[in-house]
Design a protein around this ligand. Structure first.
Ligand SMILES: Nc1ncnc2c1ncn2[C@@H]1O[C@H](COP(=O)(O)OP(=O)(O)OP(=O)(O)O)[C@@H](O)[C@H]1O
Length: 229
């Protein structure tokens, strides 16, 4: 399978000489489900931010869907992001719009006709088991339900890649599983998923778990066959 995301000897420092990522080489195939794990400060969020071109590598090359992030011109960023579904710990749902309107928003921004946006948003809410709350406002939803809305919002534009930064932090087991199961549903349809997590109980659901420590890859596990790479 072709590489959807390829880090080659990538390093990244923040101002003040803070080394966040050090010489990381990692190839993620199209349709793969990868968890990034490791202690706080290990560099998980920084890797995700570089894939989304929120940060750029200082050295090395990072290629996402055929585009080299370090060479990306400002005009190329919306195109890259159009193919990414981002799920963050805090979802930033608009509190004064319905759940349906929140999920429709990314499609309306990219010019999808309203009727189509409406039906695709309802279908996405169905997938995260929230179709019955379409007309509700986000402050009336539990944190777990809001996170599932964020999953629906991230996938409505049919991205090729889903990036999630600790999407199950602060959720109880049942809600954490629902969030991951919703993401897994889209991954089974061929979407590449890269998710940072501390939650070891989720590890069995991934193709690979990349353990980071102090900005470097410590080791990689493949839970399906128990092999260590
Ligand atoms: N904007 C920033 N400016 C300066 N330093 C930063 C910035 N963002 C992250 N860092 C530092 O870079 C290192 C890697 O941080 P990063 O957020 O990637 O780690 P993480 O593995 O995602 O941690 P956590 O599990 O706590 O979210 C840390 O030392 C962090 O303090």
């Amino acid at each position: 399978m072709s590489a959807m995301i390829q880090f080659q000897n990538v390093s990244k420092c923040y101002p003040g000489n803070i080394v966040a990522v050090q010489d990381v080489s990692l190839s993620i195939s199209q349709g793969e489900f990868v968890f990034l794990s490791g202690p706080s400060g290990a560099g998980k969020s920084t890797l995700l931010k570089m894939i989304a071109a929120i940060e750029r590598p200082d050295t090395g090359t990072l290629t996402v869907n055929g585009q080299e992030i370090g060479q990306l011109k400002p005009a190329g960023i919306p195109y890259l992001r159009r193919n990414l579904g981002l799920i963050l710990q805090k979802q930033n749902l608009l509190p004064d719009r319905t759940i349906l309107a929140n999920v429709m928003l990314p499609m309306l921004v990219t010019g999808t006709p309203k009727d189509e946006a409406d039906s695709r948003a309802r279908a996405a809410l169905e997938k995260v088991d929230l179709a019955h709350r379409a007309e509700a406002f986000s402050p009336t939803l539990s944190e777990g339900e809001q996170q599932r809305v964020a999953v629906a919002r991230a996938i409505v534009n049919r991205p090729q890649i889903i990036l999630a930064d600790e999407p199950t932090a602060n959720l109880d087991r049942a809600n954490a599983n629902k969030v991951i199961d919703a993401i897994t549903f889209f991954q089974s349809a061929g979407v590449t998923c890269v998710i940072s997590t501390h939650d070891e109980q989720l590890f069995g659901k991934a193709d690979r778990i990349v353990f980071l420590n102090q900005g470097k890859i410590d080791h990689i596990e493949q839970p399906m066959n128990g092999k260590q790479a």
